[in-house]
Design a protein around this ligand. Structure first.
Ligand SMILES: [Ca+2]
Length: 308
């Protein structure tokens, strides 16, 4: 058992090393106990520890992080806990983030009133881009105030990460895919435009596949799906079961991620959903196979992006 967890930690640590490193932060203060499952657990860089609080009298639950020097908050990541698949109601859905240089005057950087992007999955980081006008300035201190969870009053997060750069996708070009080459062919997922999409309903060709070329051996740690331009009207076209594999010769494929019943994509147009890979490796080609949609046999996606 100990060996298994050590291996898991090692593989997670290696995966982390390839990802864009977050800004190093230390905890100034936060809601909750001082020790196990206390607020310091969100910035210890350890996915095996988490912040977990259920103290309704103290709402909103706050965390103040010190970035050490004035820092631009290009993006921030919230990572779900180690048992979020069992307790998705602990995911926050409403919060505010403020920045300060003296911990007296605070500037609003982002506010989310009902954001359900955090998935019902364990140790998944979801990155958000702050949208308030103040987010263009640099701050040393960052205050998170979580006002509401998906259900109940308990919050849990295993990490809160700050990033001073926006993550850019790896360059990937279309190789081949299911469907005709016409207007809504598979190539549309790699053209960089949200208003063009891959839309296919050819049951005999299932599973639908698309292969992308990263140009050279590129370890990918995350991929993203963007929904179509009319997914709000046709949510049944969202994929719920798929496989992602890597290869260097397009003959031998290694499965890197497999989803058998994932309903994370919602009925929203041109929205981006992020998936962390369970495994990574030095591959040039990446293939997605779509096995099942939310209902029916028509698939649509506007973009598929790879991140290293
Ligand atoms: Ca497109």
């Amino acid at each position: 058992m100990r060996h298994i967890s050590l291996l898991l930690l090692l593989s997670l640590a290696c995966g982390e090393a390839l990802a864009q490193a977050p800004v190093k932060t230390t905890l100034v203060s936060g809601t909750g106990r001082d020790r196990q499952e206390g607020p310091a657990m969100v910035c210890d860089g350890n996915l095996a520890t988490k912040w977990c609080v259920d103290s309704p009298g103290q709402l909103p639950y706050t965390i103040i992080l010190d970035a050490g020097e004035p820092t631009l908050l290009a993006e921030y990541g919230l990572m779900t806990g180690d048992d979020t698949s069992m307790y998705p109601e602990r995911n926050p859905v409403a919060w505010r983030i403020e920045g300060s240089n003296d911990r007296q005057a605070w500037t609003l950087l982002d506010e989310q009133k009902n954001n359900r992007s955090l998935p019902a999955e364990n140790q998944q980081e979801y990155r958000f881009k702050p949208t308030a006008a103040g987010a263009k300035d640099k701050f040393r201190y960052f205050r998170f105030a979580f006002t509401r969870m998906a259900g109940g009053t308990r919050i849990q997060l295993c990490e809160i990460s700050l990033y001073d750069k926006v993550q850019m996708p790896a360059k990937a070009t279309f190789v081949s895919g299911s469907g005709r080459d016409s207007r809504e062919g598979a190539a549309m997922v790699a053209d960089g435009f949200l208003h063009t999409k891959w839309c296919i309903d050819e049951p005999r060709q299932m599973p639908y596949t698309v292969t992308l070329d990263a140009g050279s051996q590129t370890p990918i740690i995350e991929y993203r799906f963007c929904t179509g331009d009319d997914t709000h009207s046709y949510p049944e076209r969202n994929p719920v079961a798929w496989r992602m594999s890597g290869s260097n010769d397009q003959q031998t494929w290694t499965t890197l991620d497999e989803q058998t019943s994932n309903y994370r994509l919602r009925d929203e147009n041109e929205q981006e959903y992020r998936f962390r890979l369970k495994a990574t490796g030095q591959y040039r080609y990446y293939r997605f196979e779509f096995l099942r949609m939310s209902a029916g046999t028509r698939l649509q996606l506007s973009e598929i992006k790879l991140y290293k």
